[in-house]
Design a binder for this molecule. Structure first.
Ligand code: G6P
Length: 461
């Protein structure tokens, strides 16, 4: 399964990167030939000589985070667990996806459906990640008369979706508890000193947590942005940070023969230049679907600019083998795949016996279902490979906080290197403003009237 013996040692380090299925697509010499470029990208990233240098503070977050704030996050999580049945976590993009994927990854698949006693934690629900009025109303109905708190998360403090959702839930909270008690149930995660949310929080005495200046939204899961909801859900954020800190140490050497995160970055760059312009992040565990959504923002906002970049997409297996599988096998040959493969499931079951063998599954009787899942993975790698799709695999040993922290850091550092390898600024996202300007124009936001008039005139044409 692994390329060489050393790999098995790396396997013990919670995550291993397997590129053995690239042989058909990448010659042996190509990785080494990337070393000089990787060294340059590493220097841009580590020494701050590249574009976007002000947004690299996530690099040392796992080892240099604010301990005092970390203790406050844990205390706030305890209070929320004690006084709330629901935590309404309001945010979008980087202020949403990290907590969402981590909570899915770290808990029982039906965690949210458990009784509060079994869960020992509030139901962490999310709002402000769309403009759907039905979603908001459905959430209000779900919360009903239950006790709840709000964690409003926004770096800018002015993003439309979370701002609207916050107005809705803030109003509900004040109606239910009165102004003063409501203020004790609002936790604001935002800029240290600036912005509308910070001003409002200070004026009302809400507890605040910081999104550090040097950490962009998509790199913020290991700040209070992700940590407070994750801790409130009952997960162990010490272990999450410990895993990330271990990865911070593991991926520091730019030597491609030793650094698997850099290998991943280099291989995807090699493949991109050969025309593999779409990357699918895949899993074989349904509770990792949101991990791919987090990764898509990380990759898409980091790399998709200046009219270039790998398009990040995803697929959930084996589910999507029965829908997207046809395209991946035989459609346009611009796809590469990166599988996150869990090697030890939280639970395993055997395929049961049956009195008759009408379904023809007798040959699997007594075999473990996870073994079947792993055979499916191996079969898919071989089939897609034969069909012209390069496949990389990130093996993780277990679904726990430590491994998740490790994997978060793996992908973050890989994306920084990847961006510099492709000659772009991996830490800005200028393109997301275009639709916002138009939307503000159509909504009649003061200062955007002209844009609105022009758009309406064009639409009438
Ligand atoms: O945290 P906020 O300022 O509300 O931003 C939330 C998100 O929205 C923006 O449009 C950006 O594209 C994202 O990078 C960011 O994570």
């Amino acid at each position: 399964m692994y390329k060489n013996k050393e790999k098995e040692v790396v396997m013990m380090a919670h995550l291993s990167f397997d590129s053995s299925a690239l042989k058909k697509f990448v010659h042996d010499n190509e990785l080494g030939e990337m070393q000089a470029m990787v060294n340059a990208a590493d220097s841009q990233l580590r020494n701050g000589t590249g574009a976007g240098a002000d947004f690299r503070d996530w690099l040392h977050l796992p080892s240099e985070y604010d301990q005092e704030e970390f203790a406050r996050i844990k205390a706030a999580a305890k209070k929320i667990q004690a006084d709330s049945d629901f935590l309404v976590t309001i945010g979008i993009g980087g202020s949403y996806l990290g907590a969402r994927m981590a909570i899915d990854f770290l808990h029982n698949s039906f965690y949210q459906a458990q009784t509060p006693e079994a869960r020992k934690a509030p139901f962490v629900v999310f709002a402000g990640n769309s403009l759907s009025s039905s979603y908001l109303q459905d959430l209000i109905t779900l919360i009903g008369d239950h006790d709840f708190s709000i964690n409003v998360i926004s770096k800018s403090g002015t993003t439309t979706e979370p701002s609207i959702a916050f107005r809705v839930f803030h109003e509900l909270l004040v109606k239910k508890y009165g102004e003063e008690a409501a203020n004790q149930r609002i936790y604001a995660t935002t800029d240290r000193a600036r912005g509308a949310l910070k001003t409002e929080a200070d004026a009302n005495g809400w507890e605040t947590f910081v999104i550090p200046d040097g950490v962009g939204g998509r790199y913020s899961v290991l700040t209070a942005v992700g940590l407070l909801p994750i801790a409130a859900s009952g997960a162990d954020i010490d272990q999450l940070m410990a895993g990330a800190a271990e990865a911070e140490k593991a991926y520091v050497d730019p030597d491609l023969s030793k650094n698997e995160a850099y290998q991943y970055a280099a291989y995807r760059n090699i493949l991109y230049r050969k025309g593999y312009t779409t990357e699918l992040l895949e899993n074989y565990e349904p509770n990792m679907a949101m991990f791919a959504e987090w990764w898509k923002q990380l990759a898409g906002e980091s790399e998709g600019k200046d009219q270039k970049g790998i398009y990040p997409s995803s697929a959930n297996f084996t589910t999507d083998l029965h829908s997207l599988g046809q395209y991946i096998q035989e459609g346009l040959r611009n796809l590469m795949e990166t599988v996150v493969k869990l090697d030890t499931p939280n639970h395993d079951l055997d395929v049961p016996g049956a009195a008759n063998d009408l379904d023809g599954l007798g040959y699997l009787e007594g075999k473990s279902i996870d073994w079947v899942n792993t055979q499916a993975y191996k079969a898919v790698v071989a089939a897609h490979n034969a069909g012209g799709v390069p496949v990389m695999t990130v093996h993780i040993d277990e679904e726990n906080e430590y491994t998740l922290g490790y994997m978060i850091y793996f992908f973050e550092v890989a994306m920084g290197i990847s961006g510099y390898l492709n000659g772009i600024n991996p830490f800005n996202q200028p393109g997301v403003e275009a639709y916002k300007t138009n939307m503000f124009g159509l909504l009649g936001k003061p200062g955007f009237e002209e844009v609105g008039d022009q758009l309406r005139a064009e639409m009438d044409d």
